[in-house]
Design a protein around this ligand. Structure first.
Ligand code: URA
Length: 229
């Protein structure tokens, strides 16, 4: 929203008075004097009037190495949640940008920035996710071609987008998906009656799980990582 509108809503001043205050250089946005009432501010802009802070919510972005047995939800009656792995301060206001099943391990992204996480999770956006998969039975020979063509999911009445399968061993592979359907990896291998016994997410878009993070550990994203979304 515009800064003059923000100040009108968050101070006792009329829009006209607000413009006068701005012209006098008494309004700061992100520590810079702003005189143009049309200046756009957002959820994470720091806004000050006469040295009084009216809004200062820092945007937060974390990656976390999800261990097995921890639920990717913000609250749960039975299991620990991924939020329980963050410090009290860090976890305030966070939500998850995508989910993983209880037993799945690997990269999870958490933020308080809804427009950032929507860019990751919106189905129509192209955002690759890479999974390391281990299956009960050998990887079927035709799997790469079938996954490339897409598999029909009758429940959603959709055909999965072309996915890339790279076999890394007799029972192991790297699978790159461009969408995130419910239990998608398990259901794709389920097409061949082949159970997924280990599943690990390595990356989301250009953000790769930091190999220095042990299961359960997390760190802030770098500015460069944030900017890739
Ligand atoms: N696909 C699955 O089946 N499970 C996950 O946790 C992620 C993708």
């Amino acid at each position: 929203m515009r800064i003059d509108r923000f100040l009108q809503l968050n101070t006792p001043h009329s829009r006209q008075t607000v413009r006068g205050l701005m012209a006098e250089g008494r309004v700061l946005v992100d520590t810079v004097v702003v005189t143009d009432p049309r200046c756009e501010v957002g959820q994470f802009s720091r806004i000050e009037l006469d040295q009084q802070v009216l809004q200062a919510t820092p945007a937060k972005y974390f990656m976390l190495h999800k261990p097995a047995g921890v639920v990717s939800a913000t609250v749960h009656d039975v299991h620990r949640t991924v939020l329980d792995l963050l410090s009290n301060d860090d976890r305030q206001g966070l939500h998850l940008a995508g989910r993983l099943d209880l037993k799945t391990t690997g990269l999870m992204l958490l933020t308080n920035d809804g427009s950032w996480s929507r860019r990751i999770t919106q189905p129509e956006k192209s955002f690759d996710k890479v999974y390391r998969v281990e299956t009960q039975d050998p990887v079927p020979q035709q799997a790469a071609e079938v996954f490339r063509q897409g598999i029909y999911f009758s429940y959603e009445d959709i055909t999965t987008r072309p996915a890339r399968l790279e076999q890394t061993g007799s029972h192991t592979s790297l699978l790159t998906l461009n969408e995130g359907r419910y239990h998608q990896v398990k259901r794709m291998f389920g097409y061949f009656d082949n159970e997924v016994i280990n599943l690990h997410r390595e990356s989301m878009g250009q953000i790769k799980l930091d190999p220095k993070l042990e299961p359960g550990q997390y760190r802030e994203l770098t500015q460069a990582e944030i900017a890739t979304v």
